[in-house]
Design a protein. Structure first.
Length: 277
């Protein structure tokens, strides 16, 4: 979709539907139930930081009872009964990402267009300085440190925080089936998750992942990882203090792809059986 931005006097293009698809296949070599289930997917990117995902599954073949009275999948399709595919489940998620740019846009000082153009022009002049040496080899560009209005160097700490909420519907086969409609009752689950990362310095970074399951009324698997760039090696330490599995992991490995087996690793012996003191 295109719209006109009156402030900047430009036409912008916005992608509303990133993915809209339906998948179904036919296996010509199968003697029974050659049709696959129908799956449908939809992904909307409403803004740069906001994404909505949705998927649904529909079974092709109907349920029936065997000679022992157990529920099984028959060779007869739902279409032969004059029905659409059997609804098996639905899943959706909402995602939003916060970062430095989002924070500056919401709470930072407003900058006029002249100031932006001036900074852009200064940046172009800096980039144009010394790209080739005397011998024709490319030299590394030296980026000038930015300073604030008081003359101090601007402190930068890149960070991002992603929040997501998911809602799912699935068949609950632990409960008895409805003999009239030949449908299982549905169960609902929904949870919220958060993950983020902070680059403390050029060599240190910190990341975490956690969430809450509203159905189970408990915190989901939580982990925290800190890593250090050692030039040729990388040091990382992970800890999961609570959740279904509790563990720790310390790893030192080479950065080169051909030396991935060159590493030292120390981890908890049994991730689900750690006693904390």
């Amino acid at each position: 979709m295109k719209y006109y931005d009156a402030k900047k006097d430009t036409v912008k293009k916005v992608s509303l539907i990133d993915d809209l698809s339906a998948n179904m296949s036919y296996n010509m070599a199968a003697k029974e139930r050659p049709w696959s289930d129908l799956s449908m997917n939809l992904r909307l990117k409403l803004t740069k930081n906001y994404t909505f995902n949705m998927n649904a599954q529909f079974a092709t073949y109907a349920y029936t009872f065997d000679k022992n009275g157990n529920v099984v999948t028959s060779n007869r399709t739902e279409w032969s009964y004059g029905r659409f595919g059997r609804f098996q489940g639905y899943g959706s998620s909402f995602n939003y990402t916060f970062n430095n740019d989002t924070w500056k846009k919401w709470f930072g000082p407003k900058e006029d267009e002249k100031g932006k153009d001036k900074k852009k022009g200064d940046g172009e002049d800096d980039d144009a300085e010394g790209t080739d040496g005397e011998d024709g080899t490319a030299t590394k560009k030296v980026e000038k440190a930015q300073a604030d209005s008081d003359g101090y160097q601007v402190f930068k700490m890149p960070w991002s925080l992603s929040l997501s909420y998911s809602f799912n519907i699935r068949e609950d086969r632990t409960k008895p089936i409805n003999r009239h409609s030949m449908r299982y009752p549905y169960t609902y689950t929904h949870n919220i998750n958060a993950n983020g990362n902070v680059k403390i310095s050029n060599n240190w970074s910190l990341s975490f992942n956690s969430g809450y399951d509203f159905q189970a009324k408990e915190i989901t698997q939580t982990s925290c990882t800190i890593s250090r760039d050692l030039h040729c090696f990388n040091l990382s330490a992970s800890l999961s203090p609570f959740g279904r599995w509790k563990y720790y992991n310390v790893t030192i490995r080479a950065n080169a792809s051909i030396l991935q087996d060159l590493k030292y690793e120390q981890r908890s012996q049994t991730q689900s059986n750690i006693q904390w003191y």
